[in-house]
Design a protein around this ligand. Structure first.
Ligand code: ZN
Length: 159
């Protein structure tokens, strides 16, 4: 991607392209410096997140993407990346939360839809895994159930 040569006014009714060096928008007078700093800062964070993710430093990736999303909640790319990083670090609940939020804003976002599909597949696998385990260690499972019942009885006595 080539570096930007202009800065588009962030005011939705304006959107006038300005020279990168402009202090304010030529059309509406909106200050552009702070906005540019914010955009650049979030771009740097986002790229840092991508680098960290490709290097398997998932905690750092999550931190970076979360910061971008914090500054710009409507940044769906960053939110998808954040969800993906959570998914890769096995935090399914957080991944689902962010993919859901993407779909709240854009119901047909393909990355988020695919993400939820992956989560569903993983949940299925986990379920299947548990079933297999239970069969192998049926005695243990029975004991656990007994323990739970004991605990329930104790609680009732307290009431
Ligand atoms: Zn403007």
């Amino acid at each position: 991607m080539s570096p930007p040569t202009e800065i588009v006014c962030p005011i939705p009714q304006c959107r006038k392209p300005n020279n990168l060096e402009s202090e304010t928008c030529q059309a509406c007078g909106t200050p552009l410096r702070e906005y540019a700093r914010l955009v650049n800062h979030s771009a740097r964070l986002f790229n840092n997140g991508l680098d960290a993710a490709s290097d398997s430093r998932l905690d750092e990736a999550i931190e970076s993407f979360a910061a971008v999303v914090h500054w710009c909640p409507s940044d769906l790319d960053a939110r998808n990346a954040l969800a993906q990083a959570y998914f890769e670090s096995d935090n399914d609940r957080a991944a689902r939360r962010h993919w859901d939020q993407v779909l709240e804003r854009k119901s047909k976002n393909e990355i988020a839809l695919k993400g939820l599909e992956l989560l569903a597949q993983r949940a299925e696998k986990k379920k299947a895994g548990k079933k297999t385990k239970k069969k192998k260690t049926r005695k243990k499972g029975a004991k656990n159930t007994a323990k739970k019942k004991t605990a329930m009885r104790k609680r009732r006595k307290k009431i």
